[in-house]
Design a protein around this ligand. Structure first.
Ligand code: G3I
Length: 449
């Protein structure tokens, strides 16, 4: 009986369809139109850190309208493009809202940004209300720079805002400036010195001689020892003279001491070809080329290894008035060196009437449990900030006549040499990979209080 009823109904539908000129499919109920969930992303313009680029990532289909409120009090903007750029010239906190409306109704999404004096910050980064490092510090605050980053507006904004001294991370070393016999290449060095001068920044020259940045033609020099020495003298004289009055200080021989027991002079082609007084000869040539330039002996583990610290001061003592300062590279970690070790470095610097340059500071966090960190935990970020604060605080407390500078070895965490060197993730600097200030930045400032 039931089947007869269905058969009868089907016959009715078919007969209606046959009578009407409509396609049977058209008579099927319209699919439900669903709400479109509003969503968007925020990027900061590479060319202008005060311009945000908003991308509508809503899963749009069919007819819809997209209405933005950029939080600047200028009302709503209906814009159907996928991306829209908006400039935020004024510091402050802003809430951006996107509303998507279709037949099914309206949804909205909101994101907050903060605009500080280095541009837009997102993700709650430490951004506004913080002074620039160079404004807060009574001493030079430097950064290791490289010309391949000079086209990045955010990099340049932060460099100009936070720092008043630069060190070439690698482009003022012998392998770059004297790439082959009789050939000098100063393009990168000139660009760095020009940039610094244009921005009223100090330039610290790094490094005239370094066993790890010696060009192969020097390593394999075919001439006599006397010709070798003449070549080195010519190189130092040429470079220091070129930048006389423009580069205020030089690391003359970087890392001359070995880490062997007693820290003898490191084996190098310079020691082999010029003898154990090669360091003093190099300092003399630099001084002859620019009587006003400050000459530093720069090395690593100067704070953290007492025997090497003592050996460094002995070497500097032998140099007499040919050395004006000591550079403690300070590639350290959150647990090392101790405050006492740093203080001993400071005390010996003062006792020897020298300048101290904390010349390459970065603070490793991923050094425990087999470097197992895959991201910077808040605990490690706090510990890193505390270590920066400790170093800055101890340096800040020393007599001003003995303070040269604190130079951070790079800007962004992801650009640090440590990552390739150790082959593990690391976040050693003051800014993260998105140019956002980290707690370490706050730690640096706290050390100045
Ligand atoms: O960016 C160029 C790339 O364009 C090019 O294709 C490539 C091959 O030539 O070189 C790249 O530049 C490299 C640069 O690091 C950036 O990665 C240089 O070759 C490389 O030599 C350079 O290494 C530098 C290293 O000193 C040697 O000069 C590191 O950046 C720098 O952080 C490191 O710094 C040293 C200090 O001078 C002394 N204290 C230890 C510290 C760490 O080793």
């Amino acid at each position: 009986m039931k089947y007869l009823k269905y058969l009868f109904l089907s016959l009715i539908i078919i007969s209606i369809a046959a009578c009407s000129d409509e396609d049977p499919d058209d008579m099927m109920p319209e699919p439900m139109i669903e709400l479109i969930q509003a969503a968007f992303t925020i990027d900061i313009s590479d060319s202008d850190p005060y311009t945000a680029i908003f991308t509508n990532t809503s899963d749009v289909s069919g007819d819809y309208t997209a209405v933005w409120d950029f939080g600047q009090g200028d009302g709503e903007v209906t814009d159907m493009s996928d991306q829209i750029s908006v400039r935020y010239p004024e510091a402050g906190d802003y809430t951006i809202t996107l509303q998507i409306t279709n037949e099914a109704g309206t949804t909205s999404a909101s994101e907050d940004i903060t605009v500080g004096d280095i541009g837009i910050c997102t993700d709650g980064a430490v951004c506004t209300g913080l002074p620039a490092l160079q404004s807060a510090a009574p001493f030079l605050v430097g950064m290791a720079v490289a010309t391949n980053k000079f086209g990045d507006q955010k990099y340049m904004n932060i460099l100009r805002r936070d720092f008043n001294s630069v060190t070439a991370e690698w482009q003022m070393k012998m392998n770059i400036m004297h790439p082959s016999e009789g050939v000098f290449s100063f393009d990168a060095a000139d660009a760095i010195v020009d940039l610094a001068e244009a921005n009223g920044m100090n330039v610290h020259g790094h490094a005239l001689i370094w066993h790890s940045a010696t060009p192969s033609w020097v390593e394999n020099f075919s001439g006599s020892d006397e010709e070798f020495e003449t070549m080195v003298k010519d190189y130092i004289t040429t470079v220091v003279s070129r930048y006389k009055g423009r580069v205020r200080s030089w690391d003359v021989v970087n890392e001359a001491l070995s880490d062997d027991a007693g820290h003898p002079l490191r084996e190098s082609v310079f020691l082999q070809r010029m003898g154990p007084d090669y360091v003093k000869k190099c300092h003399q040539w630099a001084r002859d080329a620019d009587p006003d330039v400050l000459l530093f002996y720069n090395d690593y583990n100067i704070a953290g290894v007492e025997s090497k610290r003592n050996a460094a001061f002995d070497l500097i003592e032998d140099l007499g008035d040919l050395a004006d300062g000591i550079g403690a590279q300070s590639h350290i970690n959150i647990n090392w060196p101790s405050a006492a070790q740093i203080q001993d470095l400071i005390d010996k610097t003062v006792a020897n009437d020298l300048l101290l340059h904390i010349s390459e500071i970065d603070v490793r966090t991923n050094t425990e449990d087999n470097a197992s960190l895959s991201s910077l935990s808040s605990a490690k970020a706090e510990a890193q900030a505390a270590k920066y604060k400790e170093v800055v605080s101890l340096f800040n407390a020393m007599p001003t006549e003995n303070q040269y500078a604190i130079t951070v070895w790079g800007l962004r965490d992801d650009q640090s040499w440590l990552i390739n060197f150790w082959g593990v993730p690391e976040w050693p600097l003051l800014y993260d990979a998105s140019y956002q200030r980290k707690l370490a930045y706050q730690g640096f400032l706290d050390g100045l209080e």
